[in-house]
Design a protein around this ligand. Structure first.
Ligand code: ZN
Length: 342
């Protein structure tokens, strides 16, 4: 069975998209009618024809008469549709301007066909459940509540004009606000800094909050995203990778750890650029500092990331190492105590 929260989130998302599409369709119709008023007359005729067809087919006349009448009405309707398209084109609109455009033809983006879950819904639900478990395992260890600022140095870093602890406090505040107010006009973020300073934790916390607010978020390491794109392109894996470009928030973890090839560079450019053009926010987290980024990737990638992303620098000393050192320190202390009591 599916996780009910994940199910609800996906269900709400389908609903939200449907409403948005209906609104767009309504607006397109208004535009078309304003420019070409005859369209309204044709639409009224089309409705009348459809009603007439139903009335005829329910009537008492012999079957053959009914059939012929309905066929004639259909022909008239096709003629009117053609007239409508002609009017649209003369009015300067594309001929499919008033057609309903679905990403899934099977269910018309409703997510269900005759009460049964459509594949497109199931796919999104699977990914949602997977994401939730994946994020859950990260968040369990670290989350905003048990985040310990004590691991960050209090010593002022002249280069940044603040200590690592002050810096992390600001980063946390910014990211909490970002997640709370996330929308499609939110900025793109570049989280950069040495390993073990809480970048993954911060980005996964943002992911969780934004998912809970009903947005379609994709969160994964760049290596995994890249592998999916590669398999889809070269191995015909059948994996639908449209979510990478199409999701509302893409969080790329650990950029720079991948094996670099011509394909990986062009895939990265494609993802970054397409999402920028489509105005869909992306968060990139990387151990590379901005200057290292320029040494690692092509200029057309760097100029977009450094020019269009808000850079957030993580400062401090590797927390995982500190934890290990503290743990081994405790062990040594205990061993020393045991020695003494002997
Ligand atoms: Zn479908």
């Amino acid at each position: 069975m599916y996780n009910s929260e994940a199910y609800k989130a996906v269900y709400d998302r389908f609903e939200m998209r449907r409403i948005k599409k209906e609104k767009e369709a309504e607006e397109n119709r208004k535009k078309a009618v304003a420019a070409v008023p005859q369209i309204e007359t044709i639409d009224a005729k089309l409705v009348a024809l459809a009603t007439e067809a139903v009335r005829k087919s329910l009537g008492n006349e012999p079957q053959s008469v009914k059939k012929r009448a309905v066929r004639e009405l259909k022909e008239k309707s096709v003629e009117l549709q053609a007239q409508k398209i002609e009017l649209l084109v003369t009015g300067g609109f594309p001929e499919d301007f008033l057609d309903e455009k679905y990403s899934c033809r099977r269910c018309g983006d409703k997510g269900f066909v005759n009460g049964k879950m459509c594949d497109c819904f199931r796919k999104e639900l699977n990914r949602e459940c997977y994401m939730r478990t994946k994020l859950a395992s990260i968040i369990e260890e670290q989350n905003f509540k048990n985040f310990d600022l004590d691991y960050y140095d209090d010593e002022m870093i002249p280069e940044y004009g603040r200590s690592a602890r002050e810096n992390m406090k600001l980063v946390l505040e910014y990211c909490k606000e970002y997640a709370k107010n996330f929308s499609l006009s939110s900025p793109n973020l570049l989280l950069t800094g040495q390993p073990g300073l809480g970048k993954t934790f911060t980005s996964s916390s943002i992911a969780k909050e934004v998912i809970d607010r009903g947005f379609y978020v994709l969160y994964d390491s760049w290596q995994t995203i890249l592998a999916r794109m590669e398999n889809a392109k070269f191995k015909n894996s059948g994996d639908d990778v449209s979510d990478i470009l199409g999701c509302e928030l893409l969080i790329i973890d650990d950029l720079g750890a991948e094996f670099k090839t011509q394909f990986s560079e062009s895939a990265l450019y494609n993802v970054i650029n397409t999402r920028l053009v489509a105005k869909k926010p992306t968060i990139i987290s990387t151990n590379l500092m901005p200057e290292e980024l320029s040494e690692t990737y092509h200029e057309r990638i760097c100029s977009r990331v450094l020019g269009e992303y808000t850079t957030i620098v993580f400062l401090g000393t590797d927390i995982r190492l500190q934890k290990l050192q503290r743990a081994s320190g405790r062990k040594k202390k205990k061993a020393a105590e045991r020695q003494q009591t002997r």
